[in-house]
Design a protein around this ligand. Structure first.
Ligand SMILES: NC(=O)c1ccc[n+]([C@@H]2O[C@H](COP(=O)([O-])OP(=O)(O)OC[C@H]3O[C@@H](n4cnc5c(N)ncnc54)[C@H](OP(=O)(O)O)[C@@H]3O)[C@@H](O)[C@H]2O)c1
Length: 267
């Protein structure tokens, strides 16, 4: 016997987006995956606040989102600057009155090479932006979500490079693995109050970051494309789609997960 309750509710309006009604804060939103996320989240109904250091890029993406009918603002901030990160997150609340979701996507890459060839200041820079910056952002976001929306969701952008030895980008990979750990710890800490925390681990994605790596490692993109069953790199929007789902109520029972979005690269 089919005991599925018959629904008396009217069908949901088809026009309702995945993130309808939510306020979203996105770091690294001036280009690449973060810019794709800003466009997508706004299309899915979120009011978005874009953050990064380069104002011209943020302004261009913000105007694009607005021209498409979305609601967007931007704020400049360096993820290595604690006060700046806190101010940027607080700005979302000043602008929109609340914070529901955040995508901690901004990061920097290192020069490729073995770990004993890396100058100490470079290691410190990758640490400050890619690990400490994510921690700073999460602390500010949890406080803002708690104080306004009450419950919410955070997604951290990790990398498939975090899941295995990475001789070409050892410091970058180490920080990303630590981001996975912070994600899992935060999920346990904040789950009881209804704040979900997940990470995505993208594979090779066509952005300025991969082009910078390719410039120092010719042939990289062919190598990376050949290394996954789909035999190509990702378009930034394909990565943003995974983040959007994690930030939406459709993933309401998912927390503490690190999801590979990598064309099957590790299989
Ligand atoms: N592309 C890939 O193949 C790939 C693969 C795995 C994971 N990822 C991850 O995906 C995320 C996005 O990367 P992407 O490929 O889109 O790179 P991207 O095109 O270089 O974009 C990086 C974004 O982060 C911002 N950013 C960098 N340093 C910052 C800082 N100190 N403070 C604030 N913002 C900063 C950049 O803006 P400003 O420079 O203006 O600040 C930019 O908006 C990163 O977390 C990256 O590690 C990328």
């Amino acid at each position: 016997m089919d005991n599925t309750p018959a629904s008396t509710a009217p069908a949901a309006p088809a026009a309702l987006g995945l993130l309808a009604g939510k306020v979203a804060f996105i770091t690294g939103a001036g280009r690449g995956i973060g810019a794709a996320a800003a466009r997508l989240f706004a299309r899915e109904g979120a009011r978005v606040l874009l953050a990064a250091r380069t104002e011209a890029e943020l302004k261009a993406v913000t105007e694009e989102v607005r021209a498409a009918g979305g609601t967007a603002e931007y704020v400049t901030c360096d993820l290595a600057d604690a006060a700046g990160v806190r101010a940027a997150v607080d700005h979302a609340v000043d602008l929109y009155g609340r914070l529901d979701v955040a995508f901690n996507n901004g990061a920097t890459i290192q020069h490729p090479g073995p770990l004993d060839g890396m100058p100490e200041p470079d290691f410190d820079r990758v640490y400050s932006v890619n690990l400490k910056g994510v921690w700073l952002a999460m602390v500010a976001e949890v406080a803002a979500i708690r104080a306004t929306a009450g419950t919410g969701a955070i997604v951290n952008n990790s990398s498939v490079g975090s899941l295995r030895g990475n001789p070409e980008l050892p410091a970058y990979a180490a920080m990303k693995r630590a981001v996975n750990s912070l994600t899992e710890s935060a999920a346990v800490t904040y789950g009881p109050e209804g704040i979900r925390v997940n990470a995505i681990a993208p594979g090779a994605t066509l952005t300025a970051m991969i082009r910078a790596w390719e410039a120092e490692s010719p042939g990289l993109t062919e190598r990376l494309s050949a290394g996954n069953p789909l035999r190509r790199m990702a378009d930034p929007e394909e990565i943003a789609q995974a983040a959007a789902w994690f930030l939406s109520d459709r993933s309401s029972f998912v927390t503490g997960t690190v999801l590979r979005v990598d064309g099957g690269a590790l299989t």
